[in-house]
Structures are given as structure tokens and as C-alpha cells.
Design a protein around this ligand. Structure first.
Ligand code: GLU
Length: 462
């Protein structure tokens, strides 16, 4: 049997951390078993579905590297299949038209509450024979009144539902559109889904879906409901905890490998290990080691992992992302991969890298006032003059040679290296922070270094 999993997001809100983790677990399960992973956009709620949310889903999954195997299926396009299934159930006597008006249903529920009962549709249209012309109706599934439905869940174990608790579910709305539970069953069956991996917020839908599979004489898939993600305070993850669209993590400078590694460990474990490459995750992932309780989102751990991946990346692998977030044009400037290599160790994320790389491609036009005051003293001009003269005469513009000039000048004037290095740094970058000065100047080039020192001094003198 080929394992086939799916991710079935509704494009009614942004794909956030929780959805991305569901997609990841589903993808990992398929990849681990050499199976297939498919994407179904559940856009049946035409009012609330947006193209923007669909785009975030596609972009987010692509960015995380969660590739899907066939063209995405847009659920709304499958409406005729859903309606056909509903008709099949009506023909078998397992579904019926319900003409109850909203008022009637409200009164029914009030009466039930008044007698201390849990409100539930009482099945009053089940035996209705006449079909009043022109009156709107919904189609309800006639669910069994007795017995129980057991969800044999790969994560949660057996979960037993009393059929008496489940009322007759609406499967077609009065406008003829299918509801989630019908559409999901018809589509999962049609797409040959063997394992449904989804958030545990759907657990209560599952007994209804199992009943629908049975009524339609279809084989139900295996279910795996993964516990939700909570914020650090234990409350359900929300905007307040930074539950932003997954694509925003990219804009915030995170690396997809770090986010994937972090999300995998959010609910799944393999001993005490924290760092897993993508291939290791594919090799090791299983649903048996997904925890039964909610996980807590831990920003610090994500940041730590991001730093880890950033430090061990090949600089060339970071070039595109840094260039994307860099507020400058790199054409004609130093090699970006070399600039990244000089900054990598001190950076936590791509934003840091892009910010640190910026001055290499843009001459400073403002200078940090505090740094100027602190580092430009009486003797600074003489030091700079000597540096410019000796550096300008170098045959070879390499870090070692530049370093020797700085050492020589500082020895000559009997001052510490910072007395010269810091003013140079400020003049060429605008501020007091850069990679080691010799490496920085080597990257910048001789001409550009001297030009910046000159124009910076003019600015300060003015
Ligand atoms: N469309 C549903 C959602 O986004 C997913 C349903 C499912 O995975 O079965 O919550």
C-alpha cells in the first residue's frame, strides 16, 4: 500500500505556525514511508476564502520546502462530487431534507435547555414525507442513534464517542453547498488518502466522518490528531504570542531549515536530541512519538536553532535571502558571499546579516554621533594621515597587509590599535560595529576605503 497523506488548509485565514506544523508532520509521514503528499485547498467557504490566504499557503509551504506531489486540488471545484454523494445517501435513506426554519430550531433548542437537556437536533424531519414546493431545505445525514463510534487514533489512542451524542449533521446547506464533514470525506476517499494527519481541534468531527465513510461504503483512512500548540503562557497560540503568517518568519530573517527543525520538535521527540537535518527528520519521523499533550511555543529555542543553522550554512547558500532583505544594490560591490562569511558568526538571523552587509554597498551618509565623540580625539587626524599614506602605498590589498599597516602606525604613535581601527570603522561604515577591520577593508577594496576615509573626514570637519 502506498501511503498518501494530505494537507487540507482552508484559505480563510493566514497559514500560521500550527498549520505549518500540521503540514510538516503530514509531509514527513509520507516522505518517511516513501509515499505521497498532496495539497487540497478547502475553499468551499466562498465568502471567507481569499486569494491572499491561498498564496500564503503556497508560498509558505514552498519556503519550508514541503513539496507536494500532484497539482493542488481546489475543493470548491469538486462540489458536483459532494452533491452526488449526498444524493446517494438520500437514495439509500441515510440522509434527508430538513425544512426546519431557524426559528423552529431555536425554539426546539430552548425547550431542550429548559428541560435540562443538551441542545441537539431532534430529527423531526427524518420521517417527513411531503416536500413543500419552494421552501428552502438543508440535507441532513441520518446518524445512528445507538452504539458508539471509535476513533482509533495513531496519536491519541482509541477515543470513544457515544452515537447518541451526535445529532443529524447538515451535509448540504440550503444553497446546495456541501459542509466540511461531507466534502472532506468525499475528497479524502477520492484522493486515496490513507492517513489523515491534522490538528486535534478536528477530533470531534472524526466520528461523524467515520459514520459518513460507513454510510457511503468507503474505507476510512487512519487518523492521527496532533495536539495544538500553546503560547508560552499555556493559552492557545494567538497573535499575541506572535502567531503570525508563516511567511512572516521569512521576512523576520529565519531560515526554513531552522523553522522545520523547530516545528518537528514541537510535539515530536527522538530521545533528547534537538538538532535534526531534513534528511534525519525524514529518516526518523514517526507518529508514535508525537506527544498527546499540547506543546508550548518557545521563541528562544527557535532563535537558538536559527542561529545554529545560520552559523553552519555555506555563505553562498545565504546569498539570495540576504540579497532579498538587503536595502542596497550589490552590483559593483564586494562579493556578497564573502561579506556574509565575514558577518556570519556574529549574526543571529538573515536580518542581522542584511543589516551588517548594507554599508559594504552604500557609503555612509550619516555618522553615529556618540561614536564620533568617543573615538575622534586630538591625535586621531595624525593617525589617519599616517594610515592613509602607508595603506595607499601597499602593493597587495589583503587583510594581513592592512593589519600590518595598522599595527605599524599604532606602534609609531605608541597607541593601542583601537585608537586607529575605531575611527576608520566609523568613517567607512558610519558606526562603531563591523567585522574585523582588516577583513572589512580588504572586502571594501583600497580605492573605496580611501575614498570613504576622505569623504568621512570632510563631513566631520564641516
Ligand atoms: N480545512 C480544515 C482546516 O483548515 C482541515 C480539515 C482536515 O484536515 O480535515 O482546519
Amino acid at each position: 500500500m502506498t501511503i498518501r497523506t494530505r494537507f487540507a488548509p482552508s484559505p480563510t485565514g493566514m497559514l500560521h505556525i500550527g498549520g505549518a506544523r500540521t503540514a510538516l508532520f503530514s509531509w514527513l509521514y509520507a516522505r518517511h514511508h516513501g509515499g505521497e503528499f498532496v495539497l487540497r485547498i478547502e475553499d468551499t467557504d466562498r465568502q471567507r476564502s481569499t486569494d491572499e490566504a491561498t498564496q500564503v499557503i503556497l508560498d509558505g509551504l514552498k519556503w519550508l520546502g514541503l513539496d507536494w506531489d500532484t497539482e493542488p486540488v481546489f475543493q470548491a471545484s469538486r462540489q458536483p462530487e459532494h452533491v452526488r454523494a449526498a444524493q446517494q445517501l438520500i437514495d439509500k435513506g441515510l440522509a434527508y431534507r430538513c425544512y426546519c426554519s431557524r426559528e423552529e430550531l431555536d425554539t426546539m433548542r430552548e425547550e431542550q435547555r429548559a428541560c435540562g437537556k443538551k441542545p441537539k437536533y431532534d430529527g423531526r424531519c427524518r420521517h417527513r414525507r411531503e416536500h413543500p414546493e419552494g421552501l428552502p431545505f438543508v440535507v441532513r445525514f441520518r446518524s445512528p442513534d445507538e452504539g458508539e463510534t471509535i476513533v482509533r487514533d495513531m496519536v491519541l489512542g482509541d477515543v470513544v464517542f457515544d452515537n447518541g451524542e451526535l445529532d443529524d449533521l447538515i451535509i448540504l446547506r440550503s444553497d446546495g453547498s456541501p459542509t466540511y464533514n461531507l466534502a472532506v470525506v468525499v475528497d479524502d476517499a477520492a484522493m486515496g488518502i490513507t492517513h489523515v494527519v491534522r490538528g486535534s481541534d478536528h477530533l470531534n468531527n472524526t466520528p461523524r466522518q467515520i459514520q459518513l465513510y460507513q454510510a457511503l461504503a468507503l474505507q476510512p483512512p487512519v487518523f492521527a490528531h496532533i495536539p495544538l500548540i500553546h503560547g508560552p503562557d499555556g493559552a492557545k497560540m494567538s497573535k499575541r504570542h506572535g502567531a503570525v503568517a508563516i511567511t512572516e518568519y521569512r521576512e523576520a530573517g529565519y531560515l526554513p531549515d531552522a523553522v522545520v527543525n523547530y516545528l518537528a520538535r514541537l510535539g515530536w521527540s527522538h530521545g533528547d536530541e534537538e538538532v535534526f537535518s531534513r534528511q534525519q527528520l525524514i529518516d526518523l519521523f514517526d507518529l508514535e512519538h508525537v506527544g498527546k499533550t499540547a506543546s508550548r511555543f518557545d521563541q528562544q529555542k527557535l532563535d537558538w536553532l536559527n542561529g545554529h543553522y545560520l552559523h553552519q550554512s555555506e555563505p553562498s547558500a545565504l546569498v539570495n535571502e540576504v540579497a532579498r532583505l538587503l536595502d542596497a544594490d550589490t552590483a559593483g560591490g564586494p562579493d556578497l558571499a564573502a561579506v556574509i562569511a565575514s558577518l556570519q558568526e556574529r549574526s543571529k538571523n538573515i536580518i542581522d546579516l542584511a543589516a551588517g552587509a548594507c554599508f559594504f554597498y552604500r557609503r555612509p551618509v550619516v555618522f553615529d554621533e556618540k561614536a564620533l565623540k568617543k573615538n575622534f580625539k586630538e591625535g586621531t587626524d595624525a593617525l589617519l594621515d599616517a594610515f592613509v599614506e602607508q595603506a595607499g602605498a601597499l602593493d597587495e590589498w589583503k587583510p594581513e597587509a592592512i593589519h600590518s599597516v595598522i599595527v605599524a602606525v599604532c606602534e609609531q604613535f605608541e597607541v593601542g590599535m583601537g585608537k586607529l581601527a575605531q575611527p576608520i570603522r566609523i568613517l567607512i561604515s558610519g558606526g562603531p560595529v563591523s567585522p574585523p577591520i582588516d577583513v572589512t577593508l580588504a572586502l571594501l577594496g583600497c580605492q573605496e576605503t580611501l575614498a570613504r576615509i576622505h569623504s568621512g573626514r570632510m563631513y566631520i570637519a564641516a
